[in-house]
Design a protein around this ligand. Sequence first.
Ligand code: EPS
Length: 387
Amino acid sequence: MLRYLNGGESHGKRLLAVIEGMPSGVPITETEVNRDLARRQKGYGRGGRMKIEQDQVEFVSGVRKGFTLGSPIGLQIENKDWKNWQQIMAVEPGEPVTQRVVTKPRPGHADLVGAIKYAHTDIRNVLEKASARETAIRVAVGAVAKVLLSPFGITVVSHVCEIGGVQAETGRMTVDEIRTAAEESEVRCADAAAAEKMVGKIREAKEKGDTLGGVFEVIVVNVPVGLGSYSQWDRRLGARLAFALMSIQAMKGVEIGMGFEAARRFGSEVHDEIFYDESGGGFYRKTNNAGGLEGGITNGQPLVLRVAMKPISTLYSPMKSVDIKTKEAFEATVERSDICTVPAAGVIGEAVVAFELAAAMIEKFGGDSLIEMQRNYNGYMDYVKNV
Ligand code: EPS
């Protein structure tokens, strides 16, 4: 079983995670994790905080001489901003904090519900962990998962499909073309004309003191048939992927394959017909409306998942709210915020999808060592080829 826990306040000393259940013998370096951390920090529409942070992971356990040991992998990322918050975020007991106390909840944020639930009078105690700063360590965890998927040829790609209502047109592009174009785009969108319009929309939101959401897509190629199971509700891989994606801050919906459009069509227009190639190709489909999943099980086609992100709830332009201390109405204003983080959200989506797939691979092929997994994988793929 692969699992992880994370901790860390946005302006605390550092973020941390422990991954348990990674097989031994997986080649891994901090450099490849840092590559994804840098990808997460980019994107037109980011705020001032990203000028302070240059996220770098440190492995503190479970890795020796560039290989995983099979023991828990400890990861940490320093918060560079912590030096500006040492007193406010101090761990030691002392005088009550009087600076940067937050009593004004932002509509759409965890602020109010979190303060009520945990009986906090300073909303900072809520927002520090509710913050999407947490996604930095989740990307690091996902990068470790990607390293396990890579020997099996499994590649996870993401791109932005929509920002502020501007839609990208990528229907005729291959996954490789999408990936290359998205990585070069400042909004991680593979359609250059749409990307330009998206940048314009983000600029417009900034001028208005507003924020913007959008939609990103995660595509996974070379997924073997047979990951996940219909045999129990919580083993259905589609459900687990949707859970993981919905656990990212600000996500409001997940579509698999044709998604919601399938609800509007006849069955004959939706389901992917099955063919058989006698010359050795075996079973195949001409379409992938199922997005690579049938009955909660991968069918060997690419996984296609689209995720809707709401606009960030920290706005420069005021929205109505009520102070939790004085109960007076106020109009919220902020000092620093991102305008749009859909480009970064795609990288986070890749990470959580990679983690769920790594977990499913371990369940199917064993998880003590990479060598054992490869042996089992090769035997299974021989069987699949001859079905
Ligand atoms: C966030 C608020 C901002 C973002 C932060 C998420 O932080 P700050 O209040 O320090 O400006 O920058 O995102 C990150 C730090 C990050 O690494 O993505 C929030 O409230 O969710």
